[in-house]
Design a protein around this ligand. Structure first.
Ligand SMILES: C=C(O[C@@H]1C=C(C(=O)O)C=C[C@H]1O)C(=O)O
Length: 420
């Protein structure tokens, strides 16, 4: 019986390979997405910065697994974390049981070591059946994603947010901390013809140097974003990378990037993030790192100041650097504050809403021998016919509440420009 099922499955996979090559990209991704929704399976679709390759992974176990993230030991998959995730222990992880990349143009199947043969094949069969069916004919009534209601959602008005910033500045003046990143949620109606996969494709086109993603986990819901901020990356050449990104202004297309002028406030704010990263290196006695910047970089409609850090993991003989640094860095002072503990406490007490996955981290783990984890910024949670957009701004002693509100409005535009 199992033998027959296996044979059937192998034939189905083979037939699919040809279909993959003749089906337009958009339809393929619609197919993956619909098949995952139909079977209640977690799915992640993404495209790395400055790459054309789009990827999809589907977790056939059907469960959002929460685990302690260990990058060096982990199976290939996709990590998704809330802002609050002490010691990375509550990281959601989507196993790459099914992985498709437009570069290889083929589906790779991974069977987890603990999988029960029978159940596993059935789950794969059901998924591939649904995938094939959507490719043959787009469903007349597509399945809609489950969209659990966010916890403690509060849409801050300009007055609410200005008061919050004012409180932050007071706390800094009182010496509680030096910087705090204060954020808010904004709600917008989605157009009647809103399409998740099409929006993902539009984001890819518009934001070439961002990680663009669409993640669906039935228990969590649907998140989408185009983030400019690498948290950690490690590649097949054993290079570790991270960046210090802060300071924000609108991108002036008429001005060469190198002519962008920055105020003292932004320079200091970004320097704090760099210092924070260097302190993390110091904690693990790592001295050999390359540091380049700060330079002005483009992130959609905005520009930021960015310093790049690089470590040759082989040269320093530190194979676990990725996990160790992820644990030390998250949440960085680009999304939390400086010092970390007191600023985080302030955020939890005063923001009056749950950041959920905003300012958490997200990205592929051990996919084609590389891991690219990003800070989840310029993102939105999709709820039926409504989207919740999230954005924050770094508050220092010199912050002016109205300006910070305006900055968060500009950050929300990254998503707004695509959906409206
Ligand atoms: C907090 C966000 O962005 C972060 C904060 C920045 C700032 O305060 O200038 C700039 C880039 C990001 O590191 C966000 O996009 O919500």
């Amino acid at each position: 019986m199992i033998f027959l099922q296996k044979k059937d499955l192998l034939m189905r996979r083979k037939a699919l390979e040809q279909t993959l090559q003749t089906t337009p990209r958009l339809n393929l991704f619609q197919g993956f997405f619909q098949a995952a929704l139909k079977n209640n399976l977690p799915i992640a679709i993404w495209r790395l910065p400055n790459q054309d390759t789009q990827n999809v992974v589907v977790d056939l176990s059907g469960q959002a697994q929460q685990m302690k993230l260990d990058l060096e030991e982990s199976r290939p998959g996709f990590a998704f974390s809330r802002f609050l995730n002490p010691h990375l222990k509550q990281t959601y992880f989507l196993n790459a049981d099914v992985h498709y990349s437009t570069k290889l143009d083929t589906i790779q199947y991974l069977t987890p070591p603990h999988a029960l043969d029978n159940q596993w094949h059935q789950s794969q069969q059901r998924f591939l059946q649904a995938f094939e069916a959507t490719l043959e004919a787009a469903p007349a009534s597509p399945v809609h994603p489950k969209t659990p209601t966010p916890n403690r959602l509060h849409i801050a008005s300009e007055t609410d947010y200005s008061q919050l910033v004012h409180r932050g500045v007071e706390a800094i003046k009182a010496g509680l901390f030096k910087k705090v990143v204060l954020s808010r949620a904004k709600s917008v109606d989605l157009p009647a013809n809103f399409d998740h996969v099409q929006t993902f494709m539009k984001l890819c086109q518009r934001y070439a140097n961002a990680l663009v993603y669409l993640v669906y986990v039935p228990e969590i819901g649907l998140w989408m974003g185009a983030t400019p901020e690498t948290l950690i990356s490690t590649d097949d050449q054993q290079q570790f990378r991270t960046i210090a990104l802060a300071g924000t202004q609108a991108h002036n297309h008429e001005l060469p990037l190198s002519h962008t002028a920055w105020m003292q406030k932004e320079i200091e704010e970004q320097a704090m993030v760099s210092r924070y990263i260097i302190n993390c290196f110091k904690k693990i006695r790592l001295r050999e790192f390359e540091e380049v910047g700060p330079k002005t970089v483009i992130a959609g409609n905005l520009v930021h100041l960015c310093t790049r850090f690089k470590v040759d993991m082989q040269a320093v003989n530190f194979a676990e650097l990725g996990t160790v640094m992820l644990d030390l860095l998250h949440p960085t002072s680009a999304v939390c504050g400086m010092p970390k503990e007191t600023s985080q406490e302030f955020i939890l007490q005063h923001e009056h809403y749950d950041r959920a996955f905003y300012s958490g981290f997200i990205g592929p783990v051990n996919i084609t021998q590389a891991t690219h984890i990003f800070v989840n910024l310029r993102c939105m949670q999709l709820l039926g016919n409504q989207a919740i957009l999230y954005a924050g701004a770094g508050i220092t002693e010199d912050s002016i509440p109205m300006r910070e509100w305006h900055e968060t409005e500009m950050k929300c535009k990254t998503m707004l420009d695509i959906i409206q």
